[in-house]
Design a protein around this ligand. Structure first.
Ligand SMILES: [Zn+2]
Length: 308
């Protein structure tokens, strides 16, 4: 059985068992006249997503849109594989990411370069998508799924430059991809994801401020689940970024910039302590892979910014 539940009116969340880890990857299904999926996950999650859609009583062939918040493989890698079961679907993507769905070769080589060959085993094959199937979108674009449901595209750089958030009018909810961070409901955990080469602290913070102004009622995280404490979560994400920046500044003032990454890692791991025993596979992935990568991204940004 797939873990799928209605998290808001006409919106279902599927636990897509990202990298075989429970409660790590959320794929959302919007049940409207024109049905949409948000963040299908990697190819290795495709069968779970298909089973979840059927289990909830829907047909994959009725999906009209596969929307990806950004092209990172854990969000979008499975879109090409899923299209085989969703022949009428269009893939909606930030205009800056569109060409990498049509020709994923650069995307794949950059994943192998930064995360190693093993990352491609984890994510599964990336199937190229026909250009005519890709719908590239810009800030302010809208998609009408039916009466009472209009999606609005929000440019959301910071985690990466090609990220978008989607505001949905029916519940006043917002799909945030990786723009806010890794979330664990009920544990007070919200950890920013700041990968090397793309992370930009100022853009990340201005995206959080923009999301704040939406006055949304629900956040739909891609990692993982939902929250109706929108203001609190956004403030927590901003605070966490400031805390990390303070760690780096302090290290710099001690002439110990080389040790700043390990201090960020230690700080972030402490925040994950509440889930270490109960959610060991999630903890291990974050502690060993995600957080060190975020620390490296933060430091790269800092050094470039300060010529340090
Ligand atoms: Zn990402």
């Amino acid at each position: 059985m797939v873990d799928i539940s209605e998290v808001a009116e006409n919106i279902y969340m599927i636990d897509n068992r990202l990298y075989s880890i429970p409660e790590f990857g959320s794929t959302y299904l919007l049940d409207e006249d024109r049905k949409a999926l948000v963040d299908p996950g990697p190819a290795t999650s495709a069968s779970v997503v298909l089973d979840g859609i059927r289990q909830a009583g829907f047909r994959p062939e009725d999906i009209a849109y596969i929307i990806v918040t950004h092209i990172h493989l854990d969000h979008a890698g499975g879109a090409g594989v899923l299209l085989r079961d969703m022949p009428r679907a269009r893939v909606v993507v930030h205009h800056r990411g569109a060409r990498h769905l049509v020709d994923p070769s650069k995307l794949i080589s950059s994943v192998i370069e930064t995360q190693g060959e093993q990352a491609m085993v984890r994510n599964g094959p990336v199937v190229a998508i026909e250009e005519s199937t890709v719908q590239s979108v810009f800030d302010g674009d809208t998609l009408k799924l039916g009466d009472g449901q209009v999606l609005s595209v929000i440019d959301a750089p910071g985690h990466v430059s090609h990220e978008l958030c989607i505001f949905e009018s029916r519940n006043r909810g917002v799909f945030v991809g990786d723009a806010v961070g890794n979330f664990v409901a009920g544990r007070g955990i919200l950890v920013p994801i700041t990968p090397p080469s793309s992370f930009d602290l100022e853009l990340y913070v201005s995206t959080l401020q923009r999301l704040m102004k939406l006055d949304a009622a629900i956040i739909y995280f891609s990692h993982f689940g939902t929250s109706r404490r929108v203001k609190e979560e956004l403030e927590m994400a901003a605070k966490e970024l400031r805390d990390r920046e303070a760690i780096v500044n302090e290290a710099a003032s001690e002439d110990a910039l080389d040790r700043a990454a390990e201090r960020i890692i230690a700080h972030a791991r402490r925040q994950l302590e509440p889930i270490r025993e109960e959610m060991p596979s999630l903890y291990d992935y974050w502690a060993d892979a995600s957080i060190p990568m975020s620390a490296a991204g933060h430091m790269k940004y800092y050094r470039e910014r300060h010529n340090a």
